[in-house]
Write a protein that binds this ligand. Structure first.
Ligand code: C5P
Length: 313
């Protein structure tokens, strides 16, 4: 029986700007998304029956329909019933290394891996754009997780424009294990507080996106200039998450003072990262933060920026 092992990388946001509302209830965004080397591993194999069975040793990972990996398998069964009856159900084993509810798209990346893996397992032959169309039905970050690298994302976050890869830089990531931020809460709270700044006019939205394309941050990426990138990191959701979670605000301040090129909260948080020019610098900063914040609830990782999305291992 065939089986596949896949690596599903986490992502960070180098930029997250909320521009306006959308008729579908989501937000109009412009973001710069970046894959990193911190990965989950997913093992997929066919079953004789039609069941989807999820296995994961991490106690906080749900094993039902609330898990995007499960929903991805359901979507493939629904879209390709003839392959489902030929190949049967699926066993999915997740080795969880990416912290959950962390703003690192761990769940989205697992969903993306199941789409890519089942496309191979069932020998359907879907192209990457076809997989990304399916991925958009699962969540806004899932299409990016398939292709990875460095990309400007617009719309809900599913319209992707890959830009120059940035795999020469490193990050130190910090997250309090017991903290989880709800993404819907973060966006709803932002809407309540900043609705007056939202753009509604189509032309204004286009101009706002164009501003990001010609921003110092994008120029820094195109020049592979870590210093410029670090200086212009930006995330609008910090405005609502940091005041609500003072522990995260303090972590950001401590990480920022420890050095590196720049510090930012990723996605809806609560993970905070510091961009670093070298692995040695990242390891030094990690040790410094470990010495300064002795709370055992704080986990720290060093990862490299990565140019790949889902990979077969
Ligand atoms: O698309 P996804 O399921 O990952 O989004 C999670 C939540 O984040 C949505 O339910 C919504 O509350 C919020 N969101 C948003 N606008 C986006 C993306 C996400 O409001 N563009």
């Amino acid at each position: 029986m065939k089986s596949y092992s896949l690596l599903a990388p986490a992502k960070i946001n180098l930029d997250l700007e909320i521009i306006g509302d959308r008729p579908d209830g989501y937000h109009q965004l412009v973001m710069i998304l970046q894959s990193i080397s911190l990965c989950d591993r997913l093992d997929l194999s066919s079953r004789k029956d039609q069941e989807i069975l999820l296995h994961c040793e991490h106690p906080k990972v749900p094993l039902d329909e609330t898990n995007l990996a499960y929903r991805a398998a359901q979507l493939m069964q629904k879209k390709f019933p003839e392959y489902a009856s030929q190949y049967g159900g699926i066993n999915i084993t997740i080795e969880k290394n990416i912290p959950i509810a962390a703003g690192l798209a761990g769940g989205s990346s697992n969903g993306a891996a199941v789409l890519v893996g089942m496309n191979h397992l069932w020998e359907i032959g879907l192209t990457q754009p076809e997989l990304q169309n399916l991925a958009a039905q699962l969540g806004s970050d899932v299409p990016f997780c398939i292709s990875g690298g460095t990309a400007i994302a617009t719309g809900r976050g599913e319209e992707l424009d890959p830009i120059l890869d940035l795999d020469h830089l490193f990050v130190v990531l910090g997250k309090y294990e017991s903290l989880a931020v709800s993404t819907p809460w973060a966006y709803q709270t932002y809407r309540q507080q900043f609705l007056h700044q939202y753009l509604a006019d189509h032309q204004q939205i286009k101009e706002r996106i164009a501003q990001t394309y010609s921003s110092p941050l994008v120029k820094g990426i195109m020049a592979k200039n870590g210093q410029t990138i670090g200086q212009y990191l930006h995330n609008d959701l910090e405005k609502v998450v940091l005041p609500e979670y003072p522990q995260v605000a303090k972590l950001k301040a401590t990480m920022s003072q420890a050095g590196g090129l720049g510090t930012l909260m990723s996605g809806s948080g609560p993970t905070v990262f510091t961009l670093c020019a070298t692995q040695t610098e990242a390891e030094t900063i990690k040790e410094q933060i470990q010495a300064q914040i002795t709370d055992p609830d704080l986990s720290l990782w060093v990862a490299q920026l990565s140019s790949t999305g889902i990979m077969i291992d």
